[in-house]
Design a protein around this ligand. Sequence first.
Ligand code: SAH
Length: 388
Amino acid sequence: MRLVPGPIAAGWATESVLHRVGIHQSTEIRFPVYGRIAISVDTRPEIKGLLPAELEDVLSDRGFERYRGRQIAQWMYGYGSTSFSEMTNLSKSARERQGESLNIMSLERAATEEASDGSAIKFLFQMTDGRRIESVLMREGKRRTLCVSSQVGCPLDCTFCATGKMGLVRNLTSGEIIDQVVQARRHLNAKDEDLTNVVMMGMGEPLLNLDAVSKATQLMNLDYGPAISNRRITVSTAGHVPGIHRLIEAGQKVMLAVSLNATTDDFRDEIMPINKKWPIEALLDACAAYQIFNGRRITFEYVLLGGLNDSVDHARALARLVRRIPCKINVIPWNPIDDEDYERPNESTIRSFVDTVVDAQMTVTVRYSKGTEITAGCGQLYQKMVDN
Ligand code: SAH
């Protein structure tokens, strides 16, 4: 952004202020007292988040060779380049011209927190409008899994989740979603490691931002990019039924996880308002359709809320409910958030719940969330952030 100095423009118009008031391009503002102030904001098209074919179109529209699209995509998504100057297989003059006419956005790393045992790292990213999101990188054996955010906040208002308390601020762009992956890979590559899995389980409801999520998951696949296959990408939903059908229509066979968390509509209505729109049976029908579509097991997440949904009877009811769908059950003992309405069940309750599900011949795992010490556990994202 360039500001043409006017009497007051230089004083107050920072880029993020301009974005907040909705100024995104060259604008002339007339002030009765100060007269005309010309403000010119960066209007170069943003290319991070474009699919290679889209990138080729943008390049050819601006007079560059189409085949450069693949090279640039490899630099951006594969090597994590943040500017054209790093793209050394392009001529110097092409790099300069591209830099003048195209923009590569990068999330700014505002903070990084690491759990003391190294099992989790939480990245706090700041976007160009000043908003912030979190991603959590988890290490377990040979797996390096990134938990990726899809929205700033979330509109769904699940009562047990910290992100829900924020409400929805905005959707992320495909560039902001893929850049979380690109940056986590850069972090790992510096230690001779690489990202193996992505779970869309950070802030937000991915199926309410499906266009951007779906572009980002396609970019994750790129063999000259992050090269993460669909079997290692999980999209998790609170139960947005039309979104599950749209995911089938999109045709990319990513893994699906569904946050079930309850065995009756009455209780699910109470803790997950989305259930009033799409109750359990409708949700399970959509899951069955998705399972047939991708041929892999659905994961049902089940947050254990002490004294509310964690009894042996609940475990039996859960097994009965999902039995008709090839699936795995992932039990998540509730992680504390500031609002202490709920309790985490004790170890013996967790054990009996899990044993009962196993006795009912279902596959079950317990997710002892990584990084609760740095409030990076499931459902804890963003409670410690201030000015969003
Ligand atoms: N909106 C999507 C993606 C978020 S995933 C979804 O709901 O699936 C976040 C997961 O963490 C969900 O399975 C949710 O049920 C779970 N969760 C939310 N708050 C939690 C908390 N405080 N403790 C443990 N798990 C929680």
